[in-house]
Design a protein around this ligand. Structure first.
Ligand SMILES: C[S@@+](CC[C@H](N)C(=O)[O-])C[C@H]1O[C@@H](n2cnc3c(N)ncnc32)[C@H](O)[C@@H]1O
Length: 180
């Protein structure tokens, strides 16, 4: 998306058990307008799947692994938003966060299992997408849609080798002309 960077940090990854969720955090970040996702160092399988989807369906979007994810939070040169069911309702803080995003980058942090309290303290905003327990993928999707105010739905993709032609019924995927 145009404008200031939006990065997503996925804290924690239990190899095997979390592979699908971690991959879906990355795919959701990509599809809904973030610029990059940072995954735990043992999430290489998810990195490969997300990179492969980006190669086929376009970008720009990058995926990286981090040995020390909390360092990314500490050193992030912008606003840190931690999504948690215990946080302030997204509808009450979205205007403030959108205003901050107009001036600088945003890091959206989501957990896998229990997130340690230092993350709550390090975040500029702890934000709940409802105060009910659900999923990091759902929370991330709703938050990004609020952050971009729906503009991410009309995003254009570059360097794709295929694209879906939307249809009322049926499935149509066509190759993209590299000259396009
Ligand atoms: C399965 S939950 C882990 C919940 C864990 N018991 C805790 O105390 O954080 C995984 C992640 O989903 C996200 N999440 C779950 N419910 C949420 C909500 N209502 N609002 C925002 N994010 C949520 C958070 O990022 C959380 O770390």
């Amino acid at each position: 998306m145009n404008g200031q960077e939006v990065a997503v940090l996925r804290l924690g990854h239990r190899p095997g058990r979390d592979n699908r969720m971690t991959t879906h955090v990355g795919l959701t970040a990509r599809a809904l307008g973030a610029d990059r996702v940072v995954l735990a160092s043992d999430a290489r399988t998810s990195l490969e799947t997300i990179s492969d989807i980006t190669d086929r369906f376009g970008g720009p979007f990058s995926v990286e692994l981090a040995d020390d994810p909390k360092r990314i939070i500490r050193e992030f040169p912008g606003v840190v938003v931690h999504l948690t069911m215990y946080g302030l309702p997204v509808q009450n803080v979205e205007d403030e966060i959108r205003a901050a995003h107009a001036d600088g980058p945003v890091l959206v942090v989501v957990g896998a299992e229990k997130v340690s309290f230092d993350v709550y303290e390090a975040a500029d905003y702890n934000v709940g997408v409802t105060n009910q327990p659900h999923s990091e993928v759902a929370g991330l999707a709703v938050f990004l849609d609020r952050l971009f105010d729906g503009r991410e739905l009309d995003r254009e993709w570059t360097d794709a080798d295929r694209r879906v032609v939307p249809m009322a019924t049926g499935k149509k995927v066509v190759p993209v002309d590299p000259e396009e």
